[in-house]
Ligand binder design. Structure first.
Ligand code: FAD
Ligand code: EPU
Length: 338
């Protein structure tokens, strides 16, 4: 086990923010992770588990230990005529896991193609895109409990998944390190093409009988047309969540802003498109120092060069304030602020 000191985190976060971690260790097996957790007292030492660093904004040097989860492996652990259970280790790159499923014709995660990051972080916010969330195929996960270093299991219900939510962002925050995730995938695909852009892309490409691969290709085409590639322009995807408001409030807003974009959400609520509101406030494509809101997707904040985490945070707060002033709605960050 190789503990490194004062390690730069710049290559490990997709915003490309420079910050140092006091201690940094990469783990490659569950046993190694368990040993590490048993060796250190994390009640008196800050802990940050790192996957691909694609959903975090680092605002200061990290005075504690960063554990980079690089535990690899994908295996089929069970199957019957209809379903297959696939266990993926936490350090697997999410899109590599999706490709494994596509190659083997296992359906259920094709709409989640090209989401950056690792398998272990996917349950944290119940990643979602194009009408699908991981809760739809999630079967269970195994995690190391930080206090005891025991390996414990969580079922789908245990995880309390919601829109960009799970128990790991609430009462279990900081208490577990996810080691592996098991998915229950379908051998007989039922495609979800409810998200308009997918059907439009299939039509454009002349595809009348979709396959897992053609849906994945359509999703990749849509994503690359508007989301900046973090290798070229630092970002962490949507900076804010789309806010949910009561239907009555939505009807009121529609009177004032007839073009406002909203979708049915949980009972009696409408989910507003935060990107639309941010655009209406004049932020889309605007550059502020080294930071800005992306030209093709206002919800994505970007680092044009050497922005600090605090500069991006300041921009986020200014955007949040202007949306609140114009629409009376609070938009909250989706990214984890470190
Ligand atoms: P990290 O950023 O490394 O970590 C995120 C959080 O999870 C941190 O709090 C971290 O401590 C914790 N964590 C990480 N691994 C573990 C573990 N093994 N155990 C315990 N805690 C852990 N998200 C979507 O939902 N839908 C999208 O469509 C989407 N599109 C994106 C597009 C772009 C261009 C980018 C840059 C990001 C996008 N995201 C999207 C956000 C991001 O990709 C996901 O949240 C992803 O799951 C983060 O994975 P990660 O490994 O990079 O997590
Ligand atoms: N819109 C605008 N202007 C913008 C951006 C969006 O008017 O600058 C409008 C669009 O025209 C559309 C609506 O807002 O009518 C929704 O836009 P889009 O389909 O791009 O999706 P989104 O709501 O902005 C969400 C997720 C994404 C996910 C996509 C596709 C959140 C916070 N974001 O974005 O997830 O990929 O839907 O499902 O829910 C992420 O979490 O990091 C992420 C990228």
């Amino acid at each position: 086990m190789n503990i490194q000191y004062n390690k730069s985190l710049k290559p490990f976060n997709t915003f490309g923010i420079e910050a140092q971690s006091k201690e940094f260790v990469e783990v490659k097996s569950v046993e190694e992770l368990q040993l590490l957790v048993s060796m250190f007292d994390f009640t008196s030492r800050n802990l940050l588990v790192l996957g691909g660093g694609s959903n975090m904004l680092i605002t200061k040097n990290f005075e504690g230990m960063v554990i980079k989860n690089s535990i690899k492996g994908i295996e089929v652990i069970n199957e019957n005529e209809d379903y297959v259970w696939v266990k993926a280790m936490a350090g697997e790159v999410w899109h590599e896991f999706v490709l494994f499923c596509i190659e083997n014709n296992y359906a259920g995660v094709e709409n989640l193609s090209l989401i950056p990051g690792c398998v272990g972080a996917a349950p944290m916010q119940n990643i979602g895109a194009y009408g699908v969330e991981i809760k739809d195929t999630f079967y269970s996960l195994q995690a190391i409990e930080v206090d005891t270093s025991d390996l414990v299991e969580f079922t789908n219900a245990d995880c309390k998944f919601g829109y960009r939510e799970s128990i790991f962002k609430q009462e279990a925050k900081g208490k577990y390190i996810i080691a592996s995730v098991t998915f229950k995938l379908n051998k007989h695909p039922k495609f979800n093409i409810t998200y308009g852009a997918i059907q439009q892309t299939l039509d454009k490409n002349g595809i009348t009988e979709p396959t897992i691969k053609s849906i994945s290709d359509a999703v990749i085409e849509i994503r690359t047309s508007k989301l900046p590639n973090p290798k070229l322009l630092g970002n962490a995807g949507s900076f804010f969540k789309n806010p949910e408001i009561p239907n009555e409030q939505f009807e009121q807003l529609k009177l004032q802003f007839p073009a406002i974009v909203g979708f049915p959400a949980s009972a009696g609520h409408t989910k507003l498109a935060a990107g639309w509101m941010i655009e209406q406030c004049g932020w889309k494509g605007k550059q502020v120092g080294n930071t800005g809101s992306h030209k093709d997707q206002a919800l994505v904040l970007v680092n044009y060069g050497d922005a600090t985490g605090n500069e991006i945070w300041q921009l986020a707060m200014d955007i949040q304030q202007s949306v609140k002033e114009k629409f009376g709605v609070v938009i909250n960050p989706e990214v984890n602020i470190i």
